[in-house]
Structures are given as structure tokens and as C-alpha cells.
Design a protein around this ligand. Structure first.
Ligand SMILES: [Zn+2]
Length: 285
């Protein structure tokens, strides 16, 4: 969990920054949200970005790493406890709000943001407006099927995009190549794979190359539907963007319909990095 405090007039300057592990129960999560709000000396209004399908202040379907929050009326509980105005939205949609307000997507009308974390989240703006869809669930590209014969996903289907192009997907790709441990014998993670690749480990570099190919495939599918001017890459894996973004751009241009004629489509890392979701949540109110 990440909490920031901002001044609305200068949202990119973080006045407070706190992190803590996500508790495993809904009571624990709500309590931690309240504690964090108090720690950052909340004065005015609170915005919360949560993974999963969020509508009317409730998490109607949680992401795999937040299963305990399904059907929890988070907003009512926070209003009751904190007595302030509370706005809640999907965390990737929040990240999009931040990037459109103070980030790399300022002044751009058609933009798609994907957050690469444990899974893949997304946010979409069309014609300058953030779109949430008929049920508030628009922009969940992680569960686009990219391989019907692929590995089982937590959503119950097979071969979803996030089984390949997320943090969990990256580790899975490494395991398929028998890259299971780093040079110290520790089980590989996104971070250790980044360290190995930067040290020139050929196996780790091959994993990141394959990761870039899967990322480009999903962006290509999204471009076929949305034709955005800009893709923003957010989430924890944005810190390793140097290891995959160039190849992702190349693969995207090679495979997207219209190819090099679609010269305006850029793929850029989020300017606020992994803090984009928290900044955007704070801007919701
Ligand atoms: Zn899925």
C-alpha cells in the first residue's frame, strides 16, 4: 500500500510518502487505509485507488492480490471512520488521471495507460475524457486473451495477457527458460531479473526480450481498438523500462495495423513512476 499527501496546486510534489504491506483481511486493509490517512496528516479529502473492478465506492471484483476486498463498501467505512470526503476508483484509472494532469499525458486526448505490476491494470481516455465504461469496469486489458492454449489465469480463463506481460508473467517466462534462481541462489523476482540483465546475464536478457514481445502484442491489440496517440507504461515494472521499452516500441511498429503510418503512437514510461496511482487517487476529489 502506498499513501501520498499532495497540495492540489502542485500535485507532483509529494508532501508525504508512506508505504506498508497490504494486510490479508478486509478489516486490516480498511484499518491500514485509515492509519495511512492519519499518518500523512490528511486534511480535507481522501482519494483511494484500489486494484480490481471498482464502482460506487465498492470493490465488486477484486484483483488476485486483493481478493479479501470483494463486495466491501470501502467508501462508507472510510467516511464513517475519518469523517471526510472520500473518492474511490480503480488504481490504474487513478494513474491515468495523474499522468494526464501532471505527467507524460498532459494535453493528450487519446491515451491508454497500462500498469505492469503483479498483474496488468489499465485506464483509457478518449477525446480527453477518462472512460470508465457502462459499469465502471472499462480498461482491464490484463485479461485480454493472447493465447487460448496458454497457462491458466486466476480469472478462470487461459492465456490472459497478464500471464505474460506482468511482474508475475515475467517470473513465469523466466521459469519456462529454467531461469529459476539468481547468482546467489535466490528465487528470481522482477527485481533480481533486472539486476541480472543489467549485469549482462544472457538468459535474463532473453527473458526481458520475450517480455517485451508479449507487451508489444497486447499494446498492438489495444491500438487496433483504441488507436491512441500515446501509451503510458506505469506500475512497479516501469522502474525496469530501460530493459524492455525500446524493443517493445520496435515490435509494436512492426506488428500494428498501419505500421509506420501510425507515426503518432508513442510508448512512454509514466512520469510519476509507481506513485502515479496514489497521486491520481488524491486528485479524484
Ligand atoms: Zn485472466
Amino acid at each position: 500500500m502506498l499513501a501520498v499527501a499532495i497540495d492540489r496546486s502542485r500535485p507532483s510534489e509529494l508532501l508525504e510518502y508512506r508505504t506498508r504491506p497490504t494486510p490479508s483481511t478486509s478489516e486490516g486493509v480498511v484499518e491500514a487505509l485509515c492509519d495511512l490517512a492519519r499518518e500523512v496528516e490528511l486534511d480535507g479529502c481522501l482519494g483511494v485507488g484500489l486494484a480490481g473492478l471498482v464502482a460506487d465506492g465498492e470493490v465488486l471484483r477484486a484483483a488476485p492480490n486483493l481478493q479479501c476486498m470483494i463486495d466491501v463498501a470501502v467508501r462508507s467505512l472510510l467516511v464513517e471512520e475519518l469523517g471526510c470526503s472520500v473518492a474511490i476508483d480503480n488504481d490504474a484509472t487513478c494513474a491515468l488521471v495523474a499522468e494526464m494532469t501532471v505527467g507524460v499525458a498532459q494535453g493528450i486526448n487519446d491515451v491508454a495507460l497500462v500498469t505492469l505490476g503483479t498483474g496488468i491494470g489499465g485506464g483509457v481516455a478518449i477525446g480527453g475524457t477518462v472512460r470508465r465504461g457502462a459499469h465502471g469496469f472499462a480498461g482491464e486489458p490484463g485479461h485480454m486473451c493472447v493465447n487460448p492454449n496458454g497457462p491458466r489465469c486466476v480469472c478462470g480463463r487461459n492465456g490472459c495477457w497478464e500471464r505474460y506481460a506482468s511482474g508475475a508473467g515475467l517470473v513465469w517466462l523466466a521459469q519456462q527458460r529454467n531461469v529459476n534462481t539468481d547468482h546467489n541462489g535466490h528465487v528470481v523476482t522482477g527485481e533480481t531479473l533486472a539486476t541480472m540483465a543489467r549485469a549482462g546475464d544472457a538468459h535474463a536478457l532473453a527473458v526481458w526480450a520475450e517480455f517485451a514481445d508479449w507487451l508489444a502484442l497486447g499494446l498492438t491489440n489495444l491500438a487496433d481498438v483504441l488507436d491512441p496517440e500515446l501509451f503510458v507504461i506505469g506500475g512497479g515494472l516501469v522502474e525496469s523500462a530501460d530493459l524492455y521499452i525500446d524493443r517493445t516500441r520496435e515490435r509494436f511498429v512492426e506488428s500494428v495495423l498501419g505500421g509506420r503510418a501510425r507515426t503518432r503512437t508513442r510508448i512512454e514510461p509514466a512520469l510519476s513512476g509507481p506513485s502515479a496511482g496514489a497521486i491520481g487517487a488524491a486528485l479524484l476529489n
